[in-house]
Design a protein around this ligand. Structure first.
Ligand SMILES: [Zn+2]
Length: 395
């Protein structure tokens, strides 16, 4: 574990840890963060004394991405969600903008170190240690993803190898020459890089890579995709959950039984996306506790998750999201008053509450798809949802 004390706190002690951090952060936010203070005052929280317990926390307004985007559009270029003067910030990153306008996000020296620390949980969870050589085939542009992972590897004492500015063949040569033992990239790039290797007569499974860690897109948590990565690289593949505006909040342990949420650095809530009432199966809502300069409190991620009921055999007491991120709530439908979630390409239905879902789950595979589409089959006049990556990306 990265921090055994925190990762096994659990129960009241964990809540106490979160509460102390929340109160300390709230004091700073109410004093100097316009975006947060304005919204909290409107909800009746004008001073930290108004936060007496978790019921008060749950009365704080939920935050949506649209609100953050609007704030930046009205107050360009960085918006009003800043706790300090601009001089105090040392990094700026930007979301990809795949689900709307991109968000810019600032970090202070302290919050950048916090990012590295959060990635420490991710990397240690996957079994990465100081003796590892971690390769990052990543463009190192405005997207935050692997910048933070790179910092995390360095902070962990591993050898962090930047793999930007090269084509895939050169990257493979570097990995071979430097003896990379860990590969950190998107799942689709891991699959592509393995193909490039084979095309050049290199069996990627014979390289010393023993662990792959993935982010940036769903995939590594989907059994079929994970199996392809693991077969290709002869390594264990790990998923992790993170967002530019939130941080690296989720990670897998050796049990690979869903994503643990790092509750020492984030407050986890799951809500019914329609009523906002607490739920076991619903929308992931997060609050980060270590990014005081640019925080997000009670953030509606738009991700569909389900809390695991049983504790993880690994011994961590952090909550687990069963099956990781199950899908996007943009894809949720309300059928006869029941929330029906469109699951991601696992082919699994995230909600069994309505059989009506099956008609949306059927989809004809792409004609140019190869062997994975062999699993797609006609059911009456309908096609089962195709599981292959290519089909998922175009569905
Ligand atoms: Zn575990």
């Amino acid at each position: 574990m990265f921090d055994r004390t925190l990762e096994t706190l659990g129960g009241e002690r964990l809540l106490g840890h979160q509460w102390r951090r929340l109160r300390a952060m709230a004091e700073e936010l109410l004093a100097s963060n316009q975006f947060v203070a304005r919204r909290w005052r409107a909800a009746g929280v004008g001073s930290v004394e108004d936060l007496r317990g978790w019921d008060d926390f749950r009365r704080l307004p939920l935050t949506t991405k649209a609100e953050l985007v609007d704030d930046q559009a009205s107050n360009p270029p960085f918006g009003t969600n800043r706790t300090y003067a601009l001089e105090r910030y040392v990094r700026v990153h930007q979301t990809s903008g795949t689900s709307g306008s991109p968000l810019r996000w600032l970090d202070t020296q302290e919050s950048w170190e916090w990012w590295a620390r959060c990635w420490g949980f991710v990397l240690r969870g996957a079994g990465v240690g100081p003796a590892d050589r971690v390769f990052f085939p990543f463009s190192f542009g405005l997207f935050i993803g692997f910048w933070a992972g790179f910092e995390g590897a360095r902070a962990l004492g591993a050898l962090a190898i930047p793999g930007g500015g090269q084509d895939s063949a050169t990257r493979l040569a570097w990995m071979e020459a430097l003896g990379a033992t860990v590969l950190v990239c998107t799942p689709s790039y891991a699959l592509y890089l393995a193909e490039v290797a084979r095309g050049r007569g290199i069996d990627p499974a014979k390289l010393p890579v023993r662990i792959t860690v993935h982010a940036g897109e769903p995939g590594a948590g989907i059994p079929a995709v994970r199996a392809r990565i693991e077969d290709g690289w002869g390594a264990r593949a790990f998923d992790h959950g993170g967002m530019t505006e939130m941080g690296a909040y989720g990670y897998e342990c050796a049990e690979q039984a869903g994503l643990h949420v790092n509750e020492s650095e984030f407050i986890l809530e799951v809500i019914d996306p329609v009523t906002a009432a607490p739920a076991r199966d619903g929308e992931l809502v997060l609050t980060n506790l270590g990014r005081v300069g640019s925080p997000v409190v009670r953030y509606r991620t738009g991700d569909h998750v389900r809390l695991a009921a049983a504790p993880c055999p690994c011994g961590r007491t952090f909550s687990r999201l069963e099956g990781g991120i199950l899908g996007r709530l943009d894809d949720m439908l309300i059928v006869r008053g029941v929330n029906v979630y469109r699951s991601r390409s696992s082919g699994r239905e995230s909600s069994t509450r309505s059989a009506s879902w099956s008609k949306w789950a059927m989809r004809r595979p792409r004609p140019d798809c190869k062997k994975r589409c062999g699993r797609a089959s006609a059911s009456g006049s309908r096609w089962r949802r195709c599981r292959c990556v290519a089909c998922r990306d175009t569905s």
